[in-house]
Write a protein that binds this ligand. Structure first.
Ligand SMILES: *Cc1c(COP(=O)(O)O)cnc(C)c1O
Length: 291
C-alpha cells in the first residue's frame, strides 16, 4: 500500500461527500430522509442556456484548449453584468478570470498567496473549501465564529492581534451559506478597512448574490476600497441551475486575479469554451427565465 502525503492525511473528510455517504446509507436501509446536504438546485437549466450549449458543442473552434483567463466575450458579459447589477466597473482584460466552478478558484486561490504557516481568517460555520484550500497550501485557518446575536457577521474586534498580523486572507460569504444571513454595508466597510490596516486579502464568496427575496444583497465590489483588497468569487451554478456545468469566475483586484490565473494556467487549461459560450447566454438572457 502507498501512504498518502501528510498534506492529505491532515485533511478532514470533505463535509458534503460525508453527508452524501450517510444519506445513501440511510436510503439503502429504507429510511425516508430530508436532504440538508449540498445545495444543488433540483430544477433543470433554463432552455435558452441548454440551446446555447447545443450550438456551442457543434462549433469546432470551441473544441480546442481554452487556455488563458477565459473567452473575451464571456469576460465582457461578466463585466456588463457587474455594471448593470452592481454599478461597478470591472475591466474584462485584467480584472476577471473564468473558473471551472467557483469552488475550483476558491480552492486554488491560497496557492497563489499563502506561504507555509500563514493564517487565513475563516468564518465558522462555513463552506468547507475556505479552510481546506488553506490546509492544502500549508496555511492555518483561524476560525471567526458567526453568532446569531451578531446577525451571523464575524466580530472583527475579537480577532487577536497576533492572528490579524499573521493573516494573509480573510474569507467572507454573503448571502451566507449556511445561515442565509446578509451582510450590512457597514460591516463590509469595516471588513475592508480591517483588511487594509493589516495587509489582508479579502476573498469574497458571492455564490448566492442572486438568491434573495425583495431586498437585494449589498454588492461587495461596489463598495469604496473593495477592489484595493478584494477578489470576488461568483458562479453560474446557483442562479441558473447550472451546478453540473462547472462555470464560475473570480473578479476584482487585478494583481489577485493575475496570481490566481497563473496558478490555474499551470494546473488546468480552462473551462470548455462551449460552456463559456452558454455562460454568455445565461448572463445576458438567462435572468428572465429564473426570476
Ligand atoms: C455552491 C457554492 C459554491 C461553489 O459553487 P460552484 O458550483 O463551484 O461554482 C461556492 N460557495 C458557496 C458558499 C456555495 O454554496
Amino acid at each position: 500500500m502507498f501512504e498518502v502525503s501528510e498534506r492529505l492525511k491532515n485533511l478532514p473528510p470533505y463535509l458534503f461527500a460525508e453527508i452524501d455517504r450517510k444519506k445513501k446509507k440511510l436510503i439503502s436501509e429504507g429510511h425516508d430522509i430530508i436532504d440538508f446536504g449540498i445545495g444543488d438546485p433540483d430544477l433543470p437549466t433554463p432552455e435558452n442556456i441548454v440551446e446555447a450549449m447545443k450550438k456551442g458543442v457543434g462549433n469546432a473552434s470551441y473544441h480546442r484548449y481554452p487556455i488563458g483567463k477565459g473567452m473575451a466575450d464571456f469576460r465582457k458579459a461578466i463585466s456588463e453584468y457587474y455594471r448593470e447589477n452592481c454599478q461597478v466597473e470591472i475591466d474584462p482584460d485584467s480584472e476577471v478570470c473564468v473558473l471551472i466552478g467557483s469552488k475550483e478558484g476558491i480552492a486554488h486561490f491560497p496557492w497563489a498567496f499563502l506561504n507555509r504557516g500563514d493564517i487565513t481568517l475563516v468564518p465558522e460555520p462555513c463552506y468547507p473549501v475556505y479552510h481546506i484550500g488553506t490546509r492544502l497550501s500549508e496555511g492555518t485557518p483561524f476560525f471567526m465564529p458567526l453568532k446569531s446575536e451578531k446577525g451571523f457577521l464575524p466580530d472583527l474586534g475579537s480577532i487577536p492581534s497576533g492572528a490579524a498580523e499573521k493573516a494573509r486572507i480573510m474569507y467572507l460569504n454573503y448571502p451566507n451559506n449556511p445561515t442565509a444571513a446578509f451582510a450590512t454595508r457597514d460591516f463590509l466597510m469595516e471588513a475592508i478597512s480591517f483588511c487594509k490596516k493589516h495587509g489582508i486579502i479579502l476573498a469574497y464568496d458571492a455564490a448566492y448574490s442572486e438568491i434573495y427575496f425583495e431586498e437585494k444583497p449589498v454588492s461587495f465590489l461596489s463598495l469604496p476600497g473593495a477592489k484595493d483588497v478584494g477578489i470576488e468569487f461568483n458562479s453560474l451554478s446557483k442562479p441558473f441551475n447550472m451546478t453540473g456545468w462547472r462555470a464560475g469566475w473570480a473578479c476584482g483586484n487585478a494583481s489577485l486575479v493575475a496570481g490566481l490565473a497563473k496558478i490555474k494556467e499551470n494546473i488546468d487549461s480552462g473551462t470548455f469554451e462551449a460552456v463559456q459560450f452558454s455562460g454568455v447566454e445565461a448572463l445576458r438572457n438567462g435572468r428572465k427565465s429564473t426570476e
